[in-house]
Design a protein around this ligand. Structure first.
Ligand code: MF3
Ligand code: CO
Ligand code: CO
Length: 259
């Protein structure tokens, strides 16, 4: 967690803004009948058209430009021939590299009309992320973030994923510290001003163990719930400040490709 200069921070803002833009555009395409490969291609094109690179492509052998995690897929779902069905939920995770800096953001989208359970877990994942982000401030700790997330998720009757979580981010996709979805207040790693982290809680419907799957020719694994119940996730890239934080991956209306 090395603090960034003002110039590096503005580059992080630019990368974050682009990732948010790509996610918003790809999100508009989510409908029954659309394949996850179509979403991947769109993200790839928009990112390249903005003079950036899709960070996942080739990262530790990962073969696609985004992750698309449907229903019981927890994260790192591989885009492919799968056609989105009415009632599915799909997390789309976009990471862009612009001028050497990473912006990483994800949202869970509804495919048409979804069940009350699907809405509840998706809203829970969003609220959990926002509660975690609310703790981001110099001097607070990764334990404060995890505690806030876990408290919200548990109160709603869902289960945070313990094994996977957020991370430092900057010139590298994944840096220290690990940002868990559980923790003790005041414990873990102290947050330093002018560094960036992601807050990206994964929320499961049940306590069933998670299951890890290989991706051919890649060190990256994808994860599913072992009982095939739902999982949802949201992610923002956050700048830590002395007096709080700044969310770098909020979408903006006035942003156009190639600005
Ligand atoms: N974007 C994911 C994260 O939030 C990481 C994906 S790694 C990949 O950390 F290789 F699968 F793209
Ligand atoms: Co991330
Ligand atoms: Co991500």
């Amino acid at each position: 967690m090395a603090p960034l200069t003002d110039r590096e921070i503005s580059l992080m803002r630019e990368a974050g803004r682009l990732a948010a833009y790509v996610l918003a555009q790809v999100g508009k395409m989510v409908k029954p009948g659309v394949s996850t490969d179509t979403l991947d291609r769109k993200a790839h094109e928009l990112t390249k058209a903005s003079g950036a690179l899709p960070a996942p492509l080739g990262y530790k052998g990962y073969p696609k430009s985004i992750c698309t995690s449907v229903n019981h897929c927890i994260c790192h779902g591989l885009p492919g021939a799968y056609i989105l069905q009415e009632g599915d939920i799909v997390n789309i995770d976009v990471t862009c590299i612009k001028n050497g800096f990473h912006g990483d953001t994800s949202r869970t989208f509804y495919v048409g009309e979804v069940s009350e359970k699907a809405k509840a877990i998706t809203e829970c994942a969003y609220e959990a992320m926002m509660k975690g982000i609310g703790q981001v401030k110099e001097g607070h700790t990764t334990g404060d973030i995890g505690f806030a997330i876990n408290k919200l998720v548990t109160r709603k009757g869902f289960h945070p994923v313990l094994e996977i979580g957020g991370h430092g981010i900057g010139r590298n996709f994944h840096e220290d510290p690990f940002v868990p979805a559980y923790g003790k207040r005041g414990k873990g790693v102290a947050l330093q001003a002018n560094c960036c982290i992601t807050v990206e809680p994964m929320v499961n419907e049940t306590e069933a163990p998670i299951k890890e799957f290989d991706i051919a020719d890649s060190e990256i694994k994808y994860y599913e719930t072992s009982d095939k119940t739902l999982s949802a996730q949201f992610e923002h890239t956050i700048l830590i400040k002395e007096d709080g934080h700044e969310i770098l991956t909020l979408p903006e209306n006035d942003f156009e490709v190639g600005y």
